[in-house]
Write a protein that binds this ligand. Structure first.
Ligand code: ADP
Length: 651
């Protein structure tokens, strides 16, 4: 005997409850998109059903035609969207519908709280997408009944969106009545509530919405419709006085034509945006749509999108990425990362190949030569498109760069892509604080006698802009690129040359600026001072031996007394720190302390050689150089003590 099913009441996770509240009171004008969300979920569930049935064909049973069905009841004001897809277990319902696992939710809520009600904005809600919950914009109660393929029991979830939901386990006869898949019933709000909700039980309206937002969905979206038909004779003419029959039949509302198969000129931006949303779950329209076909030895079509905004999880190490792979218009794999190099992981889209077998396994695919060719081709086309964008629409390119530049920079390490990526790189620089520059534009501004492209890396713009190592460069009007993103430390390992010019760090190696005669002059000055300060350099080396590998004079500085630099092939201190943070063993490498021979401090120090006072002052000088590049003080207690003593001194 089965006991009557008991409904358990659960509370939404706090963040979900807050989002629901936002949805219910949403000012979002485009409320009809709730239907697209439900259809999109149903379509995903059908995809998963299809995938699972490849290895477990019996899961399909007699229910073989995969489809989505819309049912309306205008008297009771309900709209039901059902699918015979994979369905959900009870745990999956709790996990997927009761909580919002999306990593961006916290950030979204924070942003929503910070923003004013007036600009609480479609955009913000849109950016994160709240899929299923959008139903609460049009319904005051939502019931979801679902049975996972292969499971006997079913689950009913119901909520009025007020912070709680009920879960009921359906067993025995009740479960048997529930067919495989998911049924979502919306108990619609009054048709004209909220300043004019249309009546979503009207067939015509639903047909329009499906056409506008979900036409490309690969499964039939059917609705039972009735029509009157008058009796006709053999010639198809209405019979006079004949009977009228009421015919009830399933009508498919979508064309199911893949969007990439249609001629580009025929597809509207909105349709591309809908498709983009369907595959990416990003509610913002894409920044760019790229559609290419390769015809030749191997044939495939691609439809690619550059999103307009980076998702909050873009830099998470294990974040899934990739394109959807279709074979002859059938979806074979989602998020297939082999189709994209990692440095293009922000791209969304599909590849449809006519040359791969339909039943290919992931393992076999990986080894398939076609896939590698497609990846190279996709990368090439995307980089070419970015170059065109940079050339023709610099403002749009700048927006792209803001969002995804840091990812693209990783590609400099890719031997095959490096040449194409270098011209695409954009950098902040000393030339114009407001604008970024490309390497080519930098070269265009190089001053006479300048032979290399110079950059400085560091933790922040403030630090690099004021770095003492830049003094001589500024004095000579040499432009310096400011590299302040974590990826820059890694990228500069591969950034050695551009257009025949050496790309070099201003904090590594020695500086040689200006014409041949100017360099000679600088060398002579250094030589002369070298003799003058030989003893000082030796004494400082002794007192600072545990911190620096060399103390030497430099022509790099014009105002500051000292700075730290590395040897030409040393890792920068920031990179060393990053490598250590990521668990790599990096040997401790000392830096070089460079002194400005023209600074009056040197003369003063020279008089203190051999005394304890030089040890303390030398230490302070070193600490200052460490602070100037945002480093950590080697012995903060000693530094503080010396500073206090200094402050106590009479003027
Ligand atoms: P998203 O679709 O963006 O992940 P939703 O809130 O729309 O977010 O859905 C949450 C999850 O609930 C889905 O990822 C899916 O796992 C599950 N789900 C929703 N609708 C269905 C359905 N019709 N069939 C099976 N699972 C579903």
């Amino acid at each position: 005997m089965t006991t009557a099913s008991q409904a358990e009441t659960h509370s939404f996770q706090a963040e979900t409850a807050r989002l629901l509240e936002l949805m219910i009171h949403s000012l979002y004008t485009n409320k009809e998109i709730f239907l697209r969300e439900l259809i999109s979920n149903a379509s995903d569930a059908l995809d998963r059903m299809r995938f699972e049935s490849l290895t477990h064909p019996d899961l399909l049973g007699d229910d073989k035609v995969l489809q989505i069905r819309l049912e309306t009841d205008s008297e009771n004001r309900t709209l039901t969207v059902s699918d015979n897809g994979i369905g959900m277990t009870r745990e999956e319902v709790v996990q997927n519908i009761g909580t919002i696992a999306k990593s961006g939710t916290r950030e979204l809520l924070q942003k929503l709280q910070e923003s004013q009600a007036a600009d609480q904005p479609e955009g913000l809600i849109g950016q994160f997408g709240v899929g299923f919950y959008s139903t609460f914009m049009v319904a005051d109660r939502v019931t979801l009944t679902t049975r996972r393929a292969g499971e006997e029991s079913a689950t009913r979830w119901e909520s009025t969106g007020d912070g709680q939901y009920t879960l009921t386990k359906l067993e025995g006869a009740e479960a048997e009545k529930t067919s495989r898949g998911t049924r979502v019933t919306l108990h619609l709000k009054a048709a004209d509530s909220d300043g004019g909700l249309p009546d979503y039980t009207q067939s015509m309206l639903l047909a329009q919405i499906v056409k506008a937002h979900s036409d490309f969905v690969a499964y039939p979206i059917v609705q039972e419709q009735t029509r009157e038909e008058v009796e006709r004779d053999e010639k198809g003419q209405p019979v006079e006085g004949g009977k009228t029959k009421t015919i009830t039949e399933d009508v498919t509302l979508n064309s199911m034509r893949p969007i990439w198969v249609r001629p580009q000129a025929e597809v509207t931006d909105e349709e591309y945006a809908e498709f983009y949303h369907h595959i990416s779950h990003d509610w913002q329209p894409p920044a760019k749509t790229l559609s290419f076909k390769a015809e030749g030895r191997i044939e495939y079509s691609t439809l690619l999108f550059i999103p307009s905004q980076a998702p909050p999880n873009l830099h998470y190490a294990n974040q899934e990425y990739g394109l959807q792979l279709y074979v002859k218009r059938v979806l074979i794999m989602e998020n297939y990362e082999e189709l994209l190099p990692r440095y293009l992981r922000f791209m969304k889209g599909i590849v449809d190949s006519s040359d791969l077998p339909l039943n290919i396994s992931r393992q076999r695919l990986q080894e398939d030569r076609h896939i590698q060719q497609i990846r190279q081709w996709v990368a090439r086309r995307v980089l070419d498109s970015l170059a065109t964008l940079q050339q023709d629409e610099p403002q749009e390119y700048a927006q792209f760069w803001d969002q995804f530049g840091s990812v693209l920079k990783e590609g400099v390490a890719d031997h095959g892509a490096k040449e194409a990526i270098l011209p695409l790189l954009m950098f902040a620089s000393s030339a114009d604080p407001e604008k970024r520059t490309s390497l080519a534009d930098y070269i265009g501004r190089m001053v006479e006698g300048q032979e290399a492209i110079y950059y400085i890396t560091g933790d922040s713009r403030g630090l690099v802009e004021n770095a003492p190592q830049l003094e001589r460069f500024k004095a000579r009007h040499y432009e310096v690129l400011y590299l302040t993103e974590p990826v820059d430390e890694f990228m500069t390992q591969y950034l050695d040359k551009f257009d025949g010019k050496k790309v070099t760090s201003v904090t590594q190696g020695t500086v040689e600026l200006g014409s041949e005669s100017e360099r000679q002059q600088a060398e002579e000055v250094l030589k002369k001072h070298g003799e003058q300060y030989a003893e000082l350099l030796k004494s400082l080396q002794e007192v600072l031996d545990e911190y620096v590998k060399e103390v030497r004079l430099t022509s790099r500085l014009t105002e500051s007394p000292a700075c730290l630099v590395g040897d030409e092939f040393d890792l920068s201190p920031q990179l060393e720190r990053m490598l250590r943070d990521s668990g790599s063993e990096v040997p401790e490498r000392k830096r070089i302390l460079e002194l400005n021979p023209e600074h009056p401090l040197l003369e003063k120090f020279a008089g203190l050689c051999g005394s304890e006072a030089l040890a303390d002052r030398g230490f302070m000088l070193y600490c200052n150089a460490v602070l100037a590049e945002g480093g950590e003080l080697p012995d903060p207690a000693r530094f503080n003590r010396l500073l206090a003593e200094f402050m106590l001194k009479d003027d």
